[in-house]
Design a protein around this ligand. Structure first.
Ligand SMILES: Cc1ncc(C[n+]2csc(CCOP(=O)(O)OP(=O)(O)O)c2C)c(N)n1
Ligand SMILES: [Mg+2]
Length: 333
């Protein structure tokens, strides 16, 4: 949010998969995000920030794209900038190293923001890189890097705003390492208690940025001012929960009706293969296997293990994945 709020409307954001706040600020709608995460690529065709890039799931692969965007701005003599956000883990990728290098050598108006949350799934920052800071990776590429308190939204805003002004004014790239902490599991499929200590997580909760901002605004008296403003904008006796409930009901309604309006050919827009490939079948099989059998496996003999696996295979065969696809495809075409 700190980075997005420092950008101009005609700048271009290249997010990773964790920048929903920034995307919403830029004008991406919740409906578009839900569509995207539901596997519908039309969710990446933003109505408002037309030129912002879609969510990028392959780690760090959008960094070279950001350099391309910045090069286009430079060639067209446009005073615009590209802002590319990625995680600490991404800084070990070749894509990021190459992007930093080219941005430096061609003096491109691009800002890289590392959201250093201390973890890349189960890989802690300390084992990710021997560099003392991630910001210093900019020095090797010939431009400046800085660290900022990533849990302080105003500090991030200030750092990005300064970098954007310098980039606009002479094509100087910049790298910002925003220091934060991943308080939750990596994704809903992760269980971080398997590789990190709960005490470590508890220690970091007081720095949670939304609470911190709320405390800061309360101290300044702005928070109550904001709540009063909300009160005047909504009918009397409207509780905030009702506003939020209405909002989420609105998004669900919009999503449902949008999907219902276009059932035919809908699967041609998703990543669902038109024919079930062996690769997908094997992937589906093993992820189910990992979730249901291997994760909590407790066997005392090789024979018992074999029995468990055979029972699982029989179970999977009762509901073959290919059948589900065929059903979807037949309905779609
Ligand atoms: C090229 C690539 N390799 C592996 C993955 C699987 N993966 C998804 S997120 C992630 C870790 C990313 O860590 P970081 O860059 O620190 O971002 P964070 O999730 O912590 O925000 C990995 C390895 C992927 N999506 N893309
Ligand atoms: Mg990380």
């Amino acid at each position: 949010m700190g980075a997005a709020s420092a950008m101009r409307e005609d700048d271009v954001l290249l997010p990773s998969f964790r920048e929903h706040g920034a995307q919403l600020w830029r004008g991406v709608t919740p409906l578009e995000l839900f569509l995207y995460w539901g596997g519908d690529e039309r969710g990446s065709d933003f109505a408002r920030p037309r030129e912002d890039f879609p969510v990028c799931v392959p780690v760090g692969s959008h960094a070279p794209h950001a350099v391309g965007v910045a090069l286009a701005f430079k060639l067209r003599n446009e005073k615009r900038t590209a802002v590319c956000i990625f995680g600490d883990g991404a800084t070990s990728k070749g894509d990021v190293a190459e992007a930093l290098n080219v941005a430096g050598v061609w003096r491109l108006p691009v800002i890289f923001v590392i959201s250093n949350n201390g973890w890349a799934i189960s890989m802690p920052r300390g084992r990710q890189s021997a560099a003392e800071t991630l910001a210093q990776k900019a020095i090797a590429a010939g431009f400046a890097g800085e660290q900022v308190d990533g849990n302080d939204v105003a500090a991030v805003h200030g750092a990005v705003a300064g970098a954007l002004a310098r980039a606009r004014d002479g094509g100087r790239p910049h790298l910002i390492e925003a220091l934060t902490y991943r308080l939750c599991d990596h994704t809903t499929a992760d269980d971080a208690s398997r590789y990190r200590d709960d005490a470590e997580v508890s220690r970091r909760w007081p720095e949670e940025p939304v609470l911190r901002l709320c405390r800061f605004l309360t101290e300044l008296g702005h928070w109550t001012k904001f709540l009063k403003l909300l009160d005047t904008a909504y009918p009397t006796n409207t509780a905030i929960e009702i506003i939020l409930d209405n909002h989420s009901a609105h998004v669900s309604r919009e999503t449902t009706s949008w999907l219902a309006a276009q059932p035919i050919g809908r699967f041609t827009f998703t990543f669902t293969p038109t024919r079930g490939s062996w690769l997908n079948l094997i992937e589906g099989f093993f992820s189910k296997l990992a979730r249901s059998v291997l994760r909590h496996i407790r066997v005392s003999s090789k024979h018992q293990l074999e029995e468990r696996l055979m029972a699982f295979i029989a179970d999977v065969n009762r509901e073959p994945v290919g059948h589900t696809w065929r059903y979807k495809i037949d309905n779609a075409t």
